[in-house]
Design a protein around this ligand. Structure first.
Ligand SMILES: *[C@@H]1O[C@H](CO)[C@@H](O)[C@H](O)[C@H]1NC(C)=O
Ligand SMILES: *[C@@H]1O[C@H](CO)[C@@H](O)[C@H](O)[C@H]1NC(C)=O
Length: 578
């Protein structure tokens, strides 16, 4: 499993790498031309090159088999022995259509049922569909390796992967990714806004309008029509759960992200096919599509429109874009030449809505995590649309608008520390700033060392109270250090009221990114301390922003490794999916 090649091979790789750099960087990643040029499994390999590659993989396979006493599972044997044949076998079946499962997604009618039941006789825990479950280097498509080498640089990549800690991290990360991807792949229920009950259709009367319900608002017991709803702070209304638009939207993003990674690390086409299926189901198929706006996000019944907070619902769309990027070279994508164009058209309409929407503009003007994630969202959509010049302007603006005023000289984030659950929101916001810095990197703009001017400001806490604060003066590094230093101490030392959920693992991930960006030496000790803290506490289940308690927790995952590759590629591979 060592990442080593002969020197002649390296020369070929460098030359090929330059060609690839040219192709990848002169074309927008999603243009049709780029798509048709992008990797098939033998991406830009000469025949000789392919023979070398095959030989290398054969040796690796042999070595792996010796080390592991050969797999017992006959299906796995087959896969190891005859990858080509197995692939063929996969393509003859539509995604999910394996093992006699009749709930396979197809392009026909959306199924009406909400819960997919496994077919009789299917063991749900270990379905015999042969989906990969562990990292095996010889299964990583050469296209994926080429892409990484191109974007990161072969020597840097090799150096990174050779670190003992990273060899382990890769195995853990890929195994985790495959577990997520396999669950996603096997789920054949309909993900769509049209699942919501008729009684919860928003004021427009259109079931295709995305709707999520405000968390702390309840029916008014004193009026005959229960309007206007009243706010009971801190008391979530379980009625939220009657509308699944939010849950399914986030699930779809998450599924696409993990299946994209699954494809990237194993080349299993089934993941790519399922992503294509999910994307069409959510955005494009007439019967199930969502209209391109969030007018009714975080809606309180009785109001004509939803609230600004609802705009945050969409920010994780970058996970889906990352998934689509990871399957660019798949056969599934090649079979759908219109998909990206149609999806771009959806997001073009969505941005038109955002630009004009009061709700989105409120988010844009927010000084805290809402503002940060507005930019994360908007920027990833601009990138997906290939609007690089606009994306660059936005990334540059993020210095003065986001990073500068949000980090104080000591590294605290004043707009989050005034909030009730201050450690949690400081972590959440800093993750957003790091995401932004990774995004900005891909446009040649560095947010990593930006420090804004120190200024006196007032922050409005609620309608009747404002407090004076100092903002500016700190960098992202200062903020990571600040949180890291408190994360290793006792929670009672945190100088702000209520720290809320503390997820040390998330802080550790950020510290590892800091080590890559700012230098290992400065971070080594702190990382060791954080690791010890994480081991001591074991994984805490975290949350992820507004409305997040209704989602599957996706923290505690070892995606840090993938983040780090994203950072090394300066954001051109993928972002840090949290
Ligand atoms: C598929 O996803 C839906 C929506 O989250 C969920 O309700 C359902 O239980 C899942 N089905 C399976 C088989 O995991
Ligand atoms: C505003 O916040 C202050 C300080 O937290 C609190 O004392 C006050 O009751 C709040 N007022 C309203 C209207 O919520």
């Amino acid at each position: 499993m060592v990442y080593i090649r002969g020197s002649s091979k390296r020369t070929i790789t460098v030359v090929l790498g330059l060609c690839v750099v040219f192709v990848l960087f002169t074309l927008t990643p999603y243009s049709d031309k780029a798509l048709s040029n992008l990797p098939d499994h033998g991406f830009r390999h000469s025949t000789e090159d392919q023979a070398l590659e095959q030989e290398r993989r054969r040796k690796q396979k042999e070595q792996w088999e010796n080390e592991h006493n050969m797999p017992e599972n006959p299906y796995q044997n087959e896969q190891v022995e005859k990858p080509e044949e197995l692939n063929k076998q996969l393509f003859e079946n539509p995604p999910g259509h394996d093992n006699g499962n009749t709930n396979a997604p197809s392009n026909d009618e959306p199924r009406q049922q909400k819960q997919g039941k496994p077919s009789p006789g299917q063991d749900e825990d270990s379905p015999n569909d042969g989906l990969p479950t562990e990292f095996l280097e010889f299964r990583v498509p050469s296209s994926s390796q080429q892409i990484m080498e191109t974007k990161i640089g072969a020597s840097r990549l090799k150096e990174f992967l050779a670190e003992k800690q990273n060899i382990e991290a890769r195995e853990v990360a890929v195994a985790y990714i495959l577990r997520q991807a396999n669950v996603a792949y096997r789920n054949n229920t309909v993900y769509s806004v049209v699942n919501k009950p008729e009684t919860k259709i928003p004021p427009s009367g259109d079931i295709h309008d995305y709707t999520s319900l405000a968390r702390y608002f309840w029916k008014n017991p004193k009026t005959p029509d229960n309007l206007p709803y009243i706010r009971l702070d801190g008391k979530p209304n379980p009625d939220m759960d009657s509308v699944w638009d939010y849950r399914l939207l986030r699930k779809m993003f998450r599924d696409c992200y993990y299946m994209g990674q699954g494809y990237f690390w194993t080349g299993d086409e089934r993941y790519a096919e399922k992503i294509v299926y999910r994307v069409k189901e959510w955005f494009l198929d007439e019967k199930t599509k969502m209209n391109p706006h969030l007018k009714y996000g975080s809606l309180i019944f009785g109001n004509p429109l939803g609230r600004a907070q609802g705009v945050l619902d969409m920010f994780k769309v970058y996970g889906m874009f990352d998934g689509l990027k990871a399957i660019q070279g798949s056969k599934a994508m090649q079979r759908e030449p219109e998909l990206i164009k149609n999806l771009q058209s959806w997001f073009t309409d969505y941005l038109v809505w955002m630009d004009a929407s009061i709700q989105a503009n409120q988010e844009k003007n927010a000084h805290n995590n809402h503002g940060t994630y507005f930019t994360v969202q908007y920027l990833s959509i601009l990138e997906f649309l290939g609007r690089d010049a606009d994306a660059k302007v936005m990334a540059e603006d993020a210095k003065a608008v986001r990073v500068g005023p949000q980090i104080r000289e000591d590294g605290a984030q004043p707009h989050e520390t005034i909030r009730p659950i201050s450690f949690f929101y400081s972590t959440f916001n800093l993750q957003g700033l790091i995401l932004l810095a990774i995004q900005a990197d891909s446009h040649g703009i560095s947010l990593w060392n930006h420090r804004g001017p120190i200024e006196d400001k007032t922050i409005r806490i609620n309608s009747s109270k404002s407090v004076p604060i100092k903002v500016g003066g700190g960098s992202i590094e200062d903020a990571v250090r600040y949180l890291s230093l408190y994360a290793v101490r006792d929670p009672s030392e945190w100088p702000y009221p209520d720290s809320g959920t503390r997820n040390e693992r998330d802080v550790l991930k950020m510290a590892r990114i800091a080590a890559l960006v700012y230098g290992k030496d400065k971070w080594e000790e702190l990382i060791e301390n954080l690791e010890a803290k994480v081991d001591e506490n074991q994984p805490g289940e975290g949350e992820g922003g507004e409305g997040a308690t209704t989602t599957t927790a996706d923290d505690g995952d070892p995606n840090g490794f993938i983040c780090e590759l994203g950072v090394l590629s300066k954001g051109t591979l993928w972002h840090c999916y949290k």
